[in-house]
Design a protein around this ligand. Structure first.
Ligand code: ADP
Length: 542
């Protein structure tokens, strides 16, 4: 039936195909976010481009004079509204908001005037004639050049709006605008030549190029609009795919050649509708989930940054508070020791006992404060190391000599063994090594009510390591405890029974110090009440 009034050449089919893609892009982007002015302005722009494409396509295809005359006027009207809709889109993009003011009125008023001129007068377009070669040639009216001129004025204004927007922005927004400008004026250049300038020379065989080139224009702007809503691109792609499938099946149904064909095509159409809905839904769901995950990750990142900041502040606070506590404590310790020395005269045994307790307690407090300060320095990354060549065996001997009397006072036996023929040299910070060993001996002392403490030094020549171990016959520990005690503030339940004081920081610090020396530290025990052995191993130096 169509063939009697329409003749579709490959060029015309190309125009119609491109126009339907323009239309699909417009619809999908508009539906994507109808309340966003940019999306709706884009939808409107795509609609005018589609109308023009369809106008040109059907005008070229028609063989009916009445239709030809109507379509010639229609395509002028549709083509004339493209610059207006593009200017509107550009202004919305640069203003980032909807404006329904007098500006909109001025943008569309000339289009309306031309509408009257196209359809009700012959002043712009008077119809068309068919040349001898069979091509269609427009018959122009006296105002035709006015029409051409008004198109360029619109594009110049749109260019001004876009380049202003381009200059006002940085980064992504700037590129997006540049993209739109380049896409638009490239296509305009092509369409301007094929659809405006060449027709002035009465050559009409290229006017199919303009509507086909619009795909570049509409496509580039679609991409630029979506670039801001990048996440939606997958949804758009899925929707475009689904809608094209539907249209294709629909067109096939219309063009069915037999009843059997109708049935087959209808079933295909229904299947594509159902499958398409599922597909689009699945994609939308996935995109939503991904967006949610992104949001959660962002929240987590923020929370993490906040926690780090809080942790930093806490370390600063602990460090400040500890410094402030140190001075009064030095005074307490100093005066207590002067009383014990007899600097203030002879004191009774009772008072001496009490002052001794004050002295010991303040000494413990000094050690606790030192631990706090060390921990806060470790956490702030402010703990400095002074690595030198040290004789590990002599260092251990000195520490033992210092502590022996305290250990023996508690009724414990202390032994120290090492392999005599070996040398025990290290590159280490001797102050820190003293701190580690002091801590392990203190612990052995605290958690061993009776029995012995044996210290052992060994060297593994092939692995080039030196190992210090300290074994006691104390309260021991369970398998679970062994894994936890090197963490901050961790104490086993049996530790509270023997020794109420203690911060649970000593082994944490020891581990940090050992690891800073590229060594490792660990504990072994056969269980609670069965004693424990602590080891630490450091790289040996020849
Ligand atoms: P503190 O001794 O102040 O509690 P530490 O970090 O030095 O802190 O030790 C952590 C915990 O490890 C102790 O509370 C105790 O439960 C356990 N522990 C340490 N040394 C021994 C040991 N020699 N024998 C048994 N348990 C120990």
């Amino acid at each position: 039936m169509y063939n009697t009034v329409m003749q579709f050449s490959p060029e015309i089919l190309a125009i119609l195909f491109i126009s339907s893609i323009d239309f699909l892009l417009g619809i999908v982007i508009f539906l994507q976010n109808p309340r966003n002015p940019i999306n709706s302005a884009y939808g409107f722009f795509a609609a005018t481009v589609t109308a023009w494409g369809l106008g040109v396509g059907f005008f070229l295809a028609t063989t009916n004079d009445g239709w030809g005359d109507f379509l010639a006027r229609f395509l002028y009207f549709a083509g004339g509204s493209i610059p207006a809709s593009f200017l509107y889109f550009s202004r919305i993009l640069s203003a980032q908001q909807r404006f329904v003011s007098w500006q909109t009125f001025f943008i569309f008023f000339p289009t309306f005037c031309f509408f009257v001129l196209y359809f009700f007068t012959d002043l712009v377009i008077a119809g068309y004639t068919v040349t001898l070669a069979g091509a269609k040639a427009f018959t122009y009216g006296p105002f035709h050049l006015l029409f051409d001129a008004h198109l360029w004025v619109y594009f110049i204004f749109a260019f001004i709006a876009l380049q202003k927007h381009y200059r006002m922005h940085e980064d992504a927004e700037r590129y997006r605008t540049l993209f739109i400008i380049l896409g638009t004026y490239l296509v305009l250049f092509v369409a301007g030549i094929t659809n405006v300038i060449i027709p002035l020379l009465s050559i009409f065989s290229f006017i199919w190029i303009g509507p086909t080139a619009t795909i570049v224009w509409v496509g580039i702007i679609a991409y630029a609009v979506l670039k801001h809503q990048l996440f939606n691109i997958r949804i758009i792609a899925a929707e475009l795919f689904v809608i094209s499938l539907w249209l294709l099946s629909l067109v096939r149904t219309f063009f069915s050649e037999s009843v059997r064909d109708v049935w087959i095509n209808m079933v295909t159409l229904m299947a594509t509708v159902i499958l398409g809905v599922f597909l689009a839904r699945a994609v939308i769901k996935e995109v939503k989930t991904r967006r949610e995950i992104e949001r959660l990750a962002e929240d987590l990142r923020k929370a993490n940054a906040r926690l780090k900041e809080l942790d930093q502040r806490k370390s600063e606070f602990v460090s400040l508070a500890s410094h402030q506590l140190r001075n009064p404590l030095t005074a307490i310790k100093g005066y207590a020791s002067m009383i014990l020395d007899g600097s203030f005269g002879v004191v009774s045994h009772k008072i001496k006992d009490a002052v001794e307790k004050i002295f010991e307690s303040s000494e413990r407090l000094v050690m606790i404060i030192e631990d706090f300060l060390t921990v806060s320095r470790i956490e702030q990354g402010r703990l400095d190391y002074n690595f030198t060549h040290i004789n590990f065996k002599s260092l251990v001997e000195t520490i033992i000599a210092d502590m022996r009397s305290t250990i023996e006072k508690k009724g414990l036996t202390l032994s120290f063994e090492y392999e005599k023929e070996k040398e025990y040299y290290l590159i280490a910070d001797s102050g820190k090594v003293v701190q580690i060993i002091g801590n392990l001996i203190e612990n052995a002392l605290k958690y061993t009510p009776r029995g012995l403490i044996s210290i052992h030094l060994s060297k593994n020549t092939s692995a080039r390591t030196v190992t210090f171990s300290i074994k006691d016959t104390g309260i021991g520990m369970s398998h679970e405890t062994k894994k936890k005690i090197f963490s901050k503030f961790t104490r086993a339940h049996n530790a509270h029974e023997v020794n109420v004081g203690g911060t649970g920081l000593g082994l944490f610090i020891a581990r940090q110090l050992v690891e800073a020396h590229k060594g490792r530290i660990w504990a072994e025990s056969d269980g609670e009440g069965k004693g424990s052995t602590f080891y630490f191993e450091l790289p040996a130096e020849e």
